[in-house]
Design a protein around this ligand. Structure first.
Ligand code: DAH
Length: 347
């Protein structure tokens, strides 16, 4: 009987086919082609009307049995395919390294500032900050730079308003800290000592080139007590230099001038790269300049209400970028402000 033969042939091929279906797509394609509304099985079932009445019952039963068998096989494959890995696209390779999120780094100038401040903290100094927008008193008058002082020329400073400028030095924080100290304790015999450092940005209308910038960073230091001498200044700064640049670092003090210190000096350290022999970095001199320092001028104490007969102090101010450039081998100060992560990420 043709119908039954065809049914058996379909059963055999359908069961083979569904057993071989690997993907969810293949299982679904099988369903449409074999079990679907106009699928192969439906076609055969429709032909039951051609069967002589005597055989109808047996053929009908066989049709239903084959249909159930194929449906069961399809359902099993479908469930198995659903549990398997997603079928579309390439399978993920679990042996590949994971994707890392890029982490930022601390700016090299900030690193140097934190490093310097940290060493002074170990020596008993407290970190204090002052405003970048300053008034004339704290930037000039309190620091013994009277009206006719050349650095007070407007062309030498960023002027915002009559009495508001961008600070040209972190020495302003010396003035603010002493002022506040005197307010709390008075500037006489009962005044406790002061030891502070103040890292921060300063602004000068310099033309920008490889070694100059209108915005750069300094770290300021101030120690005030009853009998501080220049020997203390030298020893503290020598300690700082050895701690920062290595135990073999030698310091040198050259006479200099600053309005707010007397005597004043420039501090040099022996070149970290050639240990003082002379190389390209130190321009063959064997020395690198760190910054200015000196003994606090009595006029500064007087302006801020500290008894200059009772107290002495030392102060210093170093440029940060220059030292960072020297240490890191950077030849252009502009790199620090270009925000190029390829540069900044190296430190
Ligand atoms: N303020 C000075 C400058 O910007 C640096 C300086 C020199 C600070 C001597 C000091 C100091 O505290 O004692 O050039």
């Amino acid at each position: 009987m043709a119908l039954l033969d065809e049914l058996e042939a379909l059963r055999t091929s359908a069961l083979q086919e569904i057993a071989a279906a690997e993907t969810a797509d293949a299982v679904e394609a099988f369903r449409v082609r074999v079990l679907g509304r106009s699928g192969l099985l439906k076609d055969l079932m429709a032909r039951i009307k051609e069967v002589p009445p005597a055989d109808k019952k047996a053929v009908g039963q066989r049709l239903n049995a084959v249909k159930t068998e194929i449906e069961t096989a399809w359902q099993e494959r479908k469930d198995a395919a659903g549990r398997a890995a997603p079928e579309s696209g390439p399978r993920p390779d679990p042996t590949l390294p994971g994707q890392t999120q890029p982490l930022g780094t601390i700016h090299p100038v900030t690193q140097a500032m934190e490093n310097f401040a940290g060493i002074f903290e170990k020596l008993g100094f407290t970190v204090r900050h002052g405003p970048e927008i300053e008034d004339i008193f704290h930037n000039f008058d309190a620091l013994n730079m009277p009206d006719d002082h050349p650095v007070r020329d407007q062309a030498d400073t960023f002027v915002l308003e009559d009495n508001a400028i961008l600070r040209s030095q972190t020495s302003t924080v010396q003035a603010r800290v002493m002022e506040e100290h005197v307010k709390r304790f008075g500037g006489g015999a009962d005044m406790p000592p002061i030891r502070i450092v103040s890292p921060g940005r300063v602004y000068r209308p310099d033309s920008v080139d490889a070694t100059h910038h209108y915005g750069f960073s300094q770290i300021e230091g101030l120690a005030v007590d009853r009998d501080i001498t220049m020997a203390d200044l030298k020893e503290f700064l020598a300690l700082f230099a050895r701690e920062t640049f290595g135990a073999e670092t030698v310091t040198r003090f050259r006479p200099s001038f600053f309005p707010f210190t007397e005597p004043s000096a420039e501090l040099d350290i022996s070149c970290v790269f050639c240990r003082g022999k002379g190389c390209r970095v130190c321009k063959q001199s064997g020395w690198v300049e760190l910054g200015g320092c000196g003994m606090v001028h009595p006029n500064v104490f007087d302006a801020l209400g500290i008894d200059s007969e009772l107290f002495t102090g030392f102060a210093f101010g170093f440029g940060i970028e220059r030292v960072a450039m020297f240490m890191l081998g950077i030849d252009d100060i502009r790199r620090f402000t270009e925000n190029d992560v390829r540069f900044l990420g190296q430190f």
